[in-house]
Design a protein around this ligand. Sequence first.
Ligand code: IMP
Length: 199
Amino acid sequence: MKKRIVFATNNAHKLSEIRAIAGDRFDILSLDDIGCHDDIPETSDTLRGNALQKARWVKDRYGYDCFADDTGLMVDALDGAPGVYSARYAGPGHDSEANMALLIENMRGVTDRSARFVTEIALIEGDDVRFFTGTVEGEIIDSPCGECGFGYDPVFKPVESGLTFAQMDARSKNAISHRGRATAALVDYLSHKPNTQLR
Ligand code: IMP
């Protein structure tokens, strides 16, 4: 029997990404699939804390083993900002365009352009809690470049490439991205375990 596990998200992009990495080894269920339509809080000041909060919410209320992720862009010259607040850097109700515009503005004239994306995944199976981390190093360029991807992709150029994430197709990005790496570590762990049951 295939391993079945809940991913605490309804983000279609993330679901298809992990299903691509996991292949047909697991049944990965979304929040929709288990009838969870809650607005799950993310109130921690760390990526790990937020990931664990989401996974714990599902485990405690719905009984399923599950995993959840949280990602941040850490810019060295900005003391690690936007970091855990990457989704709302320009303030609540602002979109990715506004977040990126503020980042470009705050980096104007700054010579140290180094930054990294970090993804933390929290996995809860029964009483067991584990974390998986994925990081990609890169730099912030001074104006957006490329049409693909989302979020800060047009201004982030990974060290592995001369292109921004927004200039790469999904497959090339997933191969080196923070989330791709954290997800690969999770899939590797789950692949070497005995059967993971739904409840
Ligand atoms: P989340 O935890 O995956 O929702 O990510 C939080 C925020 O980080 C998002 O709203 C995006 O602004 C940013 N982010 C996460 N992953 C990426 C990525 O792969 N490229 C660009 N921005 C990202």
